[in-house]
Design a binder for this molecule. Structure first.
Ligand code: C5P
Length: 218
């Protein structure tokens, strides 16, 4: 058994994008390197936690020393998250695609006949589903809010709408260079207010967040 303030505690982290197929070779997705989620999983592991890491097809490799569950679509991610419960804390860092293609084709679509007409269905909101569970809800549910304007207003509203305990909010407008970069500047929105954290490495954001999680659940 590991040592550290979270020794033996079960936690869950989602990370990366999801891919929603259009046909066997094409998909829609959100932009996500998986860097912040991966760093958070590693930081929780370093505090001794037993981490289930549910990741879509990210560009950064998953951390060693976690229970790795690879998924492709939002619905697969939802199922993997449900299967990982119960946990004491769940951190939803994945950039889940909001829609899936309802009329995805089982064979490769041919070009030259005009663009295909795609119809979309809404994906399950994994964070909101877990945060609103009547039974077996993690003691701490943390969501992310990547915004390009009115970051705090949108993130505060999101915290209420999703029913999560904390929101890690960040400004991902292109000028910040945060998306796909190594640094992040976040605000932590809790039940007691808003903290503005200085711009730092994604690894440092992860360590600080993991320490706060440990304080809360240990
Ligand atoms: O609604 P929005 O995508 O902006 O919310 C972001 C937060 O919700 C992130 O924590 C993300 O991981 C989570 N989320 C989710 N399932 C979805 C959409 C978002 O878990 N389908």
């Amino acid at each position: 058994l590991g040592a550290g303030p979270l020794a033996g505690r079960r936690v869950l982290v989602t990370s990366g994008p999801t891919h929603e197929p259009i046909d066997p070779v094409r998909y829609i997705a959100n932009r996500s390197s998986g860097a912040q989620g991966t760093a958070i999983a590693a930081a929780l592991r370093d505090l001794g936690a037993r981490v289930t890491f549910v990741t879509g097809p990210a560009t950064v490799p998953p951390p060693p020393g976690v229970e790795l569950v690879r998924v492709e679509t939002a619905r697969e991610m939802m199922a993997a998250v449900e299967a990982a419960l119960p946990v004491e804390a769940a951190i939803f860092a994945a950039a889940v695609a909001d829609w899936r293609v309802e009329n995805a084709s089982g064979s490769k679509m041919k070009k030259g006949t005009g663009g295909p007409a795609l119809s979309f269905a809404e994906n399950p909101d994994i964070l909101a589903t877990v945060a609103r569970r009547a039974e077996g809800r993690p003691r701490l549910v943390v969501g992310f809010a990547a915004e390009t304007d009115e970051v705090l207003a949108h993130a505060t509203a999101k915290r209420a709408r999703k029913g999560c305990d904390w929101i890690v909010a960040n400004d991902v407008s292109p000028a910040t260079g945060i998306m796909g970069g190594t640094e992040n500047a976040v605000h932590l929105i809790t039940e007691t207010g808003v903290e503005d954290w200085p711009r730092m490495d994604k690894a440092a954001v992860a360590e600080r967040l993991a320490a706060r999680i440990a304080e809360r659940i240990a």
